[in-house]
Design a protein around this ligand. Structure first.
Ligand SMILES: [Zn+2]
Length: 116
């Protein structure tokens, strides 16, 4: 399962961040996932507790924020949000476009509890 390896990498990233912060417990993990990243939101949410095992993320909630794909047209310069994977400018129909978002797969923020 593709999402399990992504979840494992995410857990490792969280654990490193927690070491840096000297935090003992993470309560919430916020990630941003672009609709073009190829990652399935539900599958990632299911994989996260599996990847956490008994580690510091095992009691954390994973919150996935989906990032809509956005393209910028090289012909007319307008940005639009394509509905399909065949990108074309919704204003002028040009296919000469740049993808400006939607490929994200990143750890956005953590909510942690400090050691008491
Ligand atoms: Zn255009």
């Amino acid at each position: 399962m593709h999402e399990l390896s992504i979840a494992t990498a995410l857990v490792e990233q969280v654990e490193r961040a927690m070491q840096q912060e000297s935090a003992s417990r993470v309560t919430k993990v916020n990630v941003r996932v672009g609709t073009l990243s190829g990652v399935d939101k539900e599958a990632l949410e299911m994989a996260f507790p599996l990847a956490s095992e008994d580690g510091c993320c095992s009691t954390a909630d994973l919150v996935v924020e989906l990032v809509q794909a956005r393209i910028e047209c090289n012909a007319c310069g307008k940005a639009s949000e394509p509905e399909s994977l065949f990108f074309a400018c919704e204003y002028c129909g040009a296919v000469d476009v740049n993808v400006i978002s939607g490929r994200e797969l990143m750890l956005q923020s953590l909510e942690i509890q400090d050691n008491e």
